[in-house]
Design a protein around this ligand. Structure first.
Ligand code: ZN
Length: 243
């Protein structure tokens, strides 16, 4: 079975549509690791696309901040401003949809989370963070998003050593027996690893092979929309540099 895994769409409809177009006919199912909304100009449309394509999605930290007032303080001022704007754009039934999304699942034998096992707000961006995360789940593979950086961590079973490695466009990763992996699939709508192209992966559960993909979308259209809707300039300026 081939599964497309996407994350951190962040209301970027152009990026989402481009990724789905690229995945068409190449996978049996698509899974999203959360943050459908936040930052970008099309929260409603992105929820509609996820739902109409029957994409299973987790709840990300931005998604949960749309319905939980207690979470707002965890965000920087730009993200907070975008969340408040997003809330104003989402009718009640969209909030209800976001509310029923789960934070973590085990599917097809691998774990999926937004940030880290047990906490959608927690980041895994260092080997130390990955080492403690490896201790908090049992499966051989955990897919994550949240940092918007496409990369992976691997650990030989029984060894304390964790390696952190980048995932580049078209790179293949063969899942080895005897190793465990935390794989960050990067961000569809707000990449921050220096590559402004949308990120996604395809994982083949039979061949145990992962392929990383980057695809260019119409960044200029999204930037224009964000400007027109009065979203913070930092949030649209960073799209073209992917930082
Ligand atoms: Zn995010």
């Amino acid at each position: 079975m081939r599964i497309g895994i996407i994350s951190d769409i962040h209301s970027n409809m152009e990026a989402l549509n481009t990724v789905l177009e690229n995945l068409k006919g190449k996978v049996d199912e698509i899974i999203c690791l959360g943050d459908i909304v936040g930052y970008g100009p099309n929260p409603r449309e992105c929820c509609d696309i996820i739902r109409s394509n029957r994409i299973f999605s987790l709840c990300g930290n931005h998604d949960s901040a749309c319905y939980d007032d207690n979470l707002i303080d965890y965000f920087n001022p730009f993200a907070r401003e975008a969340i408040l704007w997003t809330r104003s754009q989402l009718p009640d039934d969209y909030i209800t949809y976001l509310k029923q999304l789960s934070f973590e699942e085990v599917l097809y034998g691998f774990r999926i989370v937004h940030g880290a096992p047990g906490d959608p707000f927690e980041y895994i961006t260092t080997t130390a963070e990955a080492r403690s995360a490896f201790m908090s789940f049992d499966e051989d593979i955990c897919f994550i998003g949240h940092s918007h950086i496409m990369e992976y961590f691997e650990q030989r079973k029984g060894s304390p050593i964790v390696r952190q490695l980048p995932l580049r466009n078209q790179q293949e990763l063969i899942i080895e027996e005897g190793k465990r992996y935390i794989i960050n699939v990067g961000s569809v709508g707000q990449p921050r690893d220096g590559d402004p192209r949308s990120a996604y992966v395809i994982y083949d559960t039979i061949e145990k092979k992962l392929t990383a993909h980057r695809v260019l979308y119409r960044i200029d259209i999204v930037q224009k929309k964000m400007q027109l809707k009065g979203l913070p300039s930092l949030l649209w300026q960073r799209l073209e540099v992917g930082r």
